[in-house]
Write a protein that binds this ligand. Structure first.
Ligand SMILES: Cc1ncc(COP(=O)(O)O)c(C=O)c1O
Length: 525
């Protein structure tokens, strides 16, 4: 542990020894004369090391017990509550501590002041954004990963090999073809999207004789990306960052889930005629707003016919392919040039764990490989180093928690959990449809339900205001947690079901809470 929060402040490198400097003057060196101004020159004796490890064991056991107690208590507590004002101020204003705290103190502070004040996604009545509870196997694995603390780039250590296996597992889980090297773990899908689009940009410009890494975009033709309106904002951000500009995003003509391929091809032809270079076509394997799966096969057909890079955003939804009831809807995902996944979403790997998969590993290596003399390890190996396939040099050990999460459930267990979540979403949709003061915004295809409140007597002109205010008002009551969006041009609630312990009772509470809160908002507004 390098930095932690204590009741007295941020603590830089807690001293595991806990012994004052004079006691550590051993082996004939008399530091009482002030020869050494700091205690860096003395090797640890076995006894000091043993004491350090004992302190570590004691604190770590206390932490594990505290975390387990916290997990046990979670379902009976409010899903989320604002922090007490005093604690919020205390955390924000923590002074930098001058002196070391003990590990025991740090654990006590974390258990008292931090763990109970969480975002709420550990609770089975949490339906917000796309945030699952952490898989317990991965929580345990995270300790081991931190204890190893490798930089997962190259070399003959277990973490490097495990990441190769885990990336292959992820590809296998969603049925994406995989060759060694053709993917890596990232901080999340936003980062993975940048990685994939860098590959797409390099390839598109190379095809017209440009070397974007050497020349940048100066003088290059405008690249065009075809993006559905419901694509996640990370797509736009990646295009902006990579210098294509959001103006280079042309909307994919989708209507009621069907692709107007002729219109898309006409728009591509017009762009070509104007001197632009159509480069990239994006589809979602589960949109963030409503969990809708785009017509991936039809998109792949256009991409193939037009020679575009086909990217599928599977951050939230790609694991939905494991549900036999909807697997066919994902047809075409396996034809993508790149696919982003987020193990830290449906799988429940603790943040952060995203994944970029590509069909041709060289597209990424061409975009990123840069090997200075001080980083030559494994550079000549056929697959090379992870740093040659993305923008991170020092890389955390994300693979251990991802491995643990998948291994603890197995493919069958994950598939059952995914199918169960989708089933619950259909059940929630039925409850919404039965409730006269709610309306469904979109029939769920996966585990996200988009719906709206329409409290009795509320004038239509006020409905948007009520629905906009609803999520925060519901959250403040503490019984369920739901978030909002704009869908189809209207304020909408979205309930995302990812928690393995969510059940019918939580769905009923969600419906009751939204109806009651909407009535209050309508009456008081
Ligand atoms: C469909 C979709 N794509 C991309 C992202 C971005 O993922 P991340 O937050 O891991 O960067 C999200 C996040 O919710 C998402 O739902």
């Amino acid at each position: 542990m390098v930095v932690a929060i204590s009741s007295v402040g941020l603590v830089a490198k807690p001293r595991l020894h806990g012994s004052p400097v004079p006691e550590r003057s051993r082996g004939g060196s008399d530091r009482s004369h002030g020869i050494y101004a700091c205690d860096v020159s003395e090797p640890d004796t076995g006894a000091a090391r043993e004491g350090e490890l004992q302190a570590f064991r004691r604190a770590a056991h206390a932490l594990v017990d505290g975390v387990a107690n916290q997990l046990a208590a979670l379902p009976s507590r409010p899903v989320w509550q604002p922090l007490p004002d005093a604690l919020r101020e205390q955390l924000v204003d923590l002074p930098l501590p001058e002196r070391a705290a003990t590990l025991d103190d740090l654990v006590a502070t974390a258990l008292r002041d931090v763990l109970p004040h969480a975002m709420g996604n550990g609770h089975p009545a949490f339906f917000g954004w796309v945030n699952p509870p952490p898989s317990p196997a991965a929580v345990v694995a995270s300790l081991a990963a931190a204890a190893m603390n490798p930089s997962v780039v190259a070399g003959d250590h277990a973490d490097v090999h495990l990441e190769r296996a885990v990336v292959r597992w992820l590809a296998e889980l969603v049925g994406f073809p995989h060759a060694p090297g053709a993917g890596l773990l990232t901080s999340g899908a936003s980062a993975a999207t940048i990685v994939c689009f860098a590959g797409a940009r390099g390839r598109a410009l190379a095809e017209v004789g440009r070397d974007v890494r050497r020349d940048g975009l100066t003088g290059a033709p405008q690249l065009v990306a075809y993006v559905p309106a419901e694509a996640h904002s990370c797509v736009r951000r990646a295009l902006e960052l990579l210098g294509l500009g959001s103006g280079a995003m042309h909307e994919v003509p989708l209507d009621g889930g069907r692709l107007d391929a002729a219109a898309l091809r006409a728009s591509i032809a017009a762009d070509r005629a104007s001197g632009a270079v159509p480069a990239l076509l994006v589809g979602s394997a589960g949109t963030v707003n409503a969990g809708v799966i785009d017509p991936l096969d039809a998109l792949a057909d256009v991409a193939t016919a037009e020679g575009l890079w086909f990217h599928v955003d599977g951050a939230y939804g790609a694991f939905g392919v494991l549900d036999p009831a909807i697997a066919a809807r994902f047809r075409g995902m396996e034809r993508a040039d790149s696919l982003t996944l987020d193990p830290h979403k449906w799988l429940g790997v603790p943040v952060d764990a995203g994944c970029a998969l590509v069909r041709r590993s060289d597209d990424l290596r061409d975009a990123f490989s840069l090997i200075p003399p001080y980083l030559r390890q494994d550079a000549s190996a056929p697959v090379g180093t992870f740093a040659e396939y993305g923008f991170e040099q020092t890389r955390p050990f994300r693979a251990l928690k991802t491995w643990a999460t998948i291994a603890a459930r197995g493919r069958a267990g994950i598939a059952a959990q995914v199918a169960r979540a989708n089933g619950l979403a259909r059940e929630l949709a039925t409850l919404v449809e039965r409730e006269p003061e709610l309306e469904l915004a979109s029939a769920p295809e996966t585990s996200i339900v988009a719906f709206r409140a329409r409290p009795a007597g509320c004038p239509p002109s006020r409905l948007d205001d009520v629905n906009r205010a609803l999520p925060e008002a519901v959250q403040a009551r503490g019984r369920v947690f739901v978030t909002g969006t704009v869908f189809g041009g209207r304020e909408t609630l979205r309930a995302c079901i990812l928690h393995p312990d969510t059940g019918s009772d939580h769905l009923a509470t969600l419906v009751a809470e939204v109806v009651t809160t909407a009535r209050t908002l309508a009456a008081t507004g």
